[in-house]
Design a protein around this ligand. Sequence first.
Ligand code: ADP
Ligand code: MG
Length: 324
Amino acid sequence: MSGTQHVMVIGGGANAEHEVSLGSAAAVREALAASGRTVTGLAIRRDGEWETLSGERISLAAAIQRMRESDVVFPALHGEGTEDGTFAGLLEIVGVPYVGSGVRAGALAMDKWAAKLIATELGIATAQGVLIDGEQVCGDPAGLPFPVMVKPVASGSSYGATRVDSSAELTAAIEHARTFDDRVLIETFVVGREVDIAVLRGADGTLHISQPLEIGKDADAVFDTALKYDAEPDFVVPAPLTAEEGEAMRTAARALFVALGCDGVARVDFFIQGAEIVFNEINTMPGMTQLSQVPRMFAVDGVSFPELVAWLVEGALARRTRTS
Ligand SMILES: Nc1ncnc2c1ncn2[C@@H]1O[C@H](COP(=O)(O)OP(=O)(O)O)[C@@H](O)[C@H]1O
Ligand SMILES: [Mg+2]
């Protein structure tokens, strides 16, 4: 496509990842402008209202009108109420091509419990887990030895996620996770390396698998909000993996991307525990700044950040052609 494409980038969102999404949106706008496209932006405020880049409040109807006037929308939105299929649903109704996964993939991927069940069915190992929904429990909590990880079923950026070493701390951790989602997941704590990989669907439908990226941290530490955002995280890319580990991870990531029906790019996060690849979670709109994981994974293969973002936009436009 020519350089006259008009791309609308959306950031923010009424959830815990508001700031992270604003960061992604700003980086995506800059990258798209660098590749000669016409770029505009809108943001969803913390209260769910819409605003322009200059901070002027506009109505949802006006926001929809602006999206309709663009060739393609790039929702650089992370977390609940956006990345979970909600925003894709709005864009389907608006009828404009958009970057990233559709409603079903976004919803399934955001639900850590559902994603776990699908992974298990595909023969991909996951940490043993139990779902807590109010008084209701799915699974056997007695079968989970400490330490465990307690986390909201649908959140992100490590918000609400706590390592729990004894039963005395469990209730407080569950209550904390509940402030992010009514449904809470308790998992055995996996001691091991944390290695992530990305899958991207190109304009012709081909799946491209990135280099793996390892998060530099202690094997029994949590990659928490402080490690993620207070300083530049320590990423090793390509992660030093054996041929078998690399192959197992690529195969599992591809299978999950396909099973969930993802589009655009998804980051699939694993632990390596002993010789085993253990699936943790999948993100359908991963962080999108130049220093974020996915851009760094592709950068080592020579794909610059502006090229990656342009690739996603072309994929979104081609999907409309492929599916209509
Ligand atoms: N079962 C687990 N065992 C060990 N560490 C875990 C487990 N689940 C999550 N973590 C740690 O917590 C971090 C955040 O959890 P994650 O499930 O990735 O949620 P988020 O969507 O908030 O990133 C992970 O990057 C990892 O460091
Ligand atoms: Mg994570």
